[in-house]
Design a protein around this ligand. Sequence first.
Ligand code: COA
Length: 260
Amino acid sequence: MTLERLQVEIDGVVARVWLNRPEQRNAFDGRMVTELRQALFDLGSRDDVRVIVLGGRGKAFCAGADLAWMQALAGFSREENLAEAQSLADLFFTVYNSPKPVVARVHGAALGGGAGLVAACDIAVAALGTQFGFTEVRLGLLPAVISPYVLGKIGESAARELILTGERFEAVRAQEIGLVRAAVPEGDLDGAVDGRVRELQIGGPRALAEAKALIREVSWRRVEDVQRYTVERIADVRAGEEGREGMRAFLEKRKPRWVP
Ligand code: COA
């Protein structure tokens, strides 16, 4: 697929995916949704890629859904409207469910679906001064398909306040509520992201994919309901090639072979 709305750079084991529609502050339309979904899916299945970084070109990370696109959707048939909403939901799930860790590099603004993308990533690092907001209700809309990821990251209390007011808030607040993990001066943003990327290369690639699935499965479930699953996962993973290598390396006082 020719990329019109994205740039993808592969740098060793790190894939950097840039939203690249800067004049519209990387607001996503149907084309960007399709490209991003496809790119993340493809990168997720590549053995040579171990970490994905998602960022935005220009002044902002992402201004959310393209409101001209949303307006056009309002005039579609219900089936077409549903299909577009489904493809948007699939995009967020593809980010969340990627077998690779996804780090969000956030600057400028992350609003509406842009804040939703941040929530769907595993780890987000933001520049101080970045404007966040779940602004949908102010537009008469809903943060619907992003809500599972937003609630998962910031919890019901902050979600009730921020979704209902639609107010904009700054990176420090985003860090306090857990939407991002760090808020750093803009000049330090790439260094802070690189720091996370390095840490993510110390874990076994298969173990990281399994850990993401584990977190997803166990979140919000009763211990009794997930215990059998957790027992099976550790039994399989420690008997697997990577688990054996990791334990052997520790006992032999050397690095596992996946560590750069
Ligand atoms: N959909 C469509 N176009 C958008 C957009 C969106 N979500 N967000 C920004 N744009 C467009 C603007 O209309 C403007 O277009 P123009 O140059 O043709 O006038 C262009 O992007 C630049 O936006 P501007 O507001 O001038 O840039 P800024 O740097 O001053 O501010 C934002 C950037 C992101 C803070 C601001 O554009 C904004 O608040 N956008 C709305 C975000 C929002 O509420 N999204 C939720 C959608 S559900």
